[in-house]
Design a protein around this ligand. Sequence first.
Ligand code: ADP
Length: 399
Amino acid sequence: MKILVINAGSSSLKYQLMDPDTQDVLAKGLCERIGIDGRLTHKVPGREDKTFEIAMPTHAEAIASVIDALLSPEYGVIKSASEIDAVGHRVVHGGEAFNGSVLIDEKMMAALEACIPLAPLHNPANITGIKACEAVMGKDVPQVGVFDTAFHQTMPSKAYIYAVPYEFYTDNEVRKYGFHGTSHRYVSARAAAMMGRPIEELKIVTCHLGNGSSLCAVDGGKSVDTTMGFTPLDGVPMGTRCGSVDPSIVEYIVNTKKVDVGEAMNILNKKSGVLGISGVSSDFRDLDAAAAQGNERAQLAIDVFCYQVTKSIGACAAAMGGLDAVVFTAGVGENSADLREKITAPLAFLGVKVDHEKNQVRGKETDISADGAAVRTFLIPTNEELVIAQDTAAIVRGL
Ligand code: ADP
């Protein structure tokens, strides 16, 4: 079976053509600058990468150029578009309407559109991607939506209700939703497999630390709490997002800096996090380099980030009343041995202990726990595309 996985953003679109059973990636790539001019980067394992300037006024031209690249006699990987059995889409927000992946039909599209107010930046792009695929590939190719929020729909109400007037929830859908669910689901399942134990009996804290970061308490294979909230702005500090702050700060910034609420939120989303603290960069590689040269604010940004992640691991363990494993994933979690060690060092009292030598690894599934540690610590590269392809295949096979 061949599944085309699509992750559509407002001006970009990532794709992978995969076999969900063998897990082989046949080709993958990125369309950029959609609506501006258009550039396609197409990668086939074992072959040279190709880059093309192609006019992409809308997502439909982007999808058409992806199909052309996949079909190309020179650098393509399939002979006919009919070899694509189905398309799986990453969708950011499914609200309370979606607690799992779904086949997209008219009813589902309407439910998806109803979620737009909850994710005004992300969902419209995802919907555009779905419509573009239908326009280019036709109605007969099944399309499946896989939601970032779905995995967290198992959270109990005591975890997702905010202490604000209850009508905010009943009338306005204000609650914690959580994000990165596909990643938390995948790495927690891999951790259980690496431990050789049923996930139903495990308490796992998954730390997805990338540009955006969130942690999840996975109890018995189900999300019972997570650090992101109503939006992905909440939780631990991120590259440019502030994470949890006192909400009064918004009014205070508006009054003292003489900006409107929109600009205040823009600052908290795009100019805060480790970039805001350091004034150097949102990228931890830059922060490491600056801190090594004595930049105190870069060091402070790293310290604040690690401290909040450490505290959140403790909070997740408390939410579950126990801890069997901690998992690190995404750009920072997979690549920075130093940060993994700094984050876990204060958690010895919980039984978390990382082995310094085993930890000197990147991007490869590894048990980095010290011998005899009561809690296992893992590095597990995330693979959201594989989950999307496998969910899509399962749904299509059931049709
Ligand atoms: P996104 O959330 O955009 O998917 P990623 O998961 O790809 O992000 O993470 C990107 C981040 O990973 C970069 O901004 C950088 O901070 C971090 N990163 C990548 N490589 C390293 C490294 N070797 N050391 C520290 N941080 C790294």
